[in-house]
Design a protein around this ligand. Structure first.
Ligand SMILES: [Zn+2]
Length: 264
């Protein structure tokens, strides 16, 4: 059965005694990585960020979600920019006066520099999603640094600041890479609600996932790239933004959620 807001907007029963419990969400395509977190990823797995050790969130600048005692949710879009969906997303965000975080790919920044400037000009936060979308766990530290630095330099040249927030493609990152990023004052942010929007889901299906899976501090994962069917992503904003705002949710940038400046 599909849960709809607000019945499933679960305020976590363990609060204030511990972090949120990630209850399995009854959607057919939602796979809980279990047992968690010691299971060894298999080559055939669809990659998910959430198998990294719990302890990393304390050792490094690393998070899956924000504080769970604030009515804040962060909307994030990966893999952009493009010229098809990104402008539509910007239009919807403007309609609701909501700001979002865009994790951009260096190779798409080079293709669409004007769109990068437009995203920044409209008050959204630019963040780093690598240059060419590799699996960081398969790269050397030097190759990893190059992906981060090249993309941050491209963004800095266009909008004047070098992003602090970084999201590894597929959520895949090694401890050595995380350690380096932390020393550079970067902040690695994964996600807590995976909409799987890139599979071509409808706006209703995506909105149901968002509203059923969100809790205070949630970081939503959606996409803004070309070559994938993302009309549902655009449509979903009309459904979940006003519905959640009506319930008191504030959509915030990662800078607000983590109380950090946009640059290291
Ligand atoms: Zn990506």
């Amino acid at each position: 059965m599909y849960y709809t807001y607000p019945q499933d907007m679960r305020y976590q029963p363990t609060y204030p005694y511990g972090p949120p419990v990630y209850a399995p969400i009854p959607y057919p395509q939602y796979q809980t990585p279990y047992p968690y977190p010691t299971r060894t990823p298999q080559p055939t797995d669809e990659l998910r960020g959430s198998w990294t050790p719990f302890t990393w969130v304390e050792k490094y600048a690393y998070a899956f979600s924000g504080p769970y005692n604030k009515a804040e949710v962060a909307i994030t879009f990966d893999d952009g920019p493009d010229l098809g969906f990104t402008p539509q997303l910007l239009q919807k965000l403007k309609k609701y006066n909501v700001k979002a975080t865009f994790f951009l790919l260096g190779q798409n920044i080079e293709k669409h520099p004007e769109m990068v400037k437009r995203i920044a000009n409209e008050g959204h936060l630019l963040a780093n999603h690598s240059y060419s979308h590799p699996n960081y766990a398969k790269l050397s530290l030097e190759e990893f640094k190059e992906q981060i630095n090249k993309t941050n330099n491209l963004i800095k040249d266009l909008v004047g600041y070098s992003p602090r927030f970084v999201r590894p493609p597929y959520g895949s990152i090694t401890e050595e890479q995380l350690s380096w990023a932390t020393k550079k004052k970067l902040m690695i942010v994964q996600w807590s609600v995976d909409t799987l929007d890139w599979k071509g889901l409808s706006g209703d299906e995506i909105a149901n996932k968002v509203m059923g899976g969100s809790f205070p501090g949630s970081v939503l994962l959606q996409h803004s790239a070309s070559g994938v069917p993302l009309q549902g992503t655009v449509d979903s904003l009309d459904k979940f933004i006003p519905a959640m705002q009506k319930k008191g949710v504030r959509f915030v940038l990662l800078t607000k959620m983590f109380n950090m400046s946009k640059s290291p």
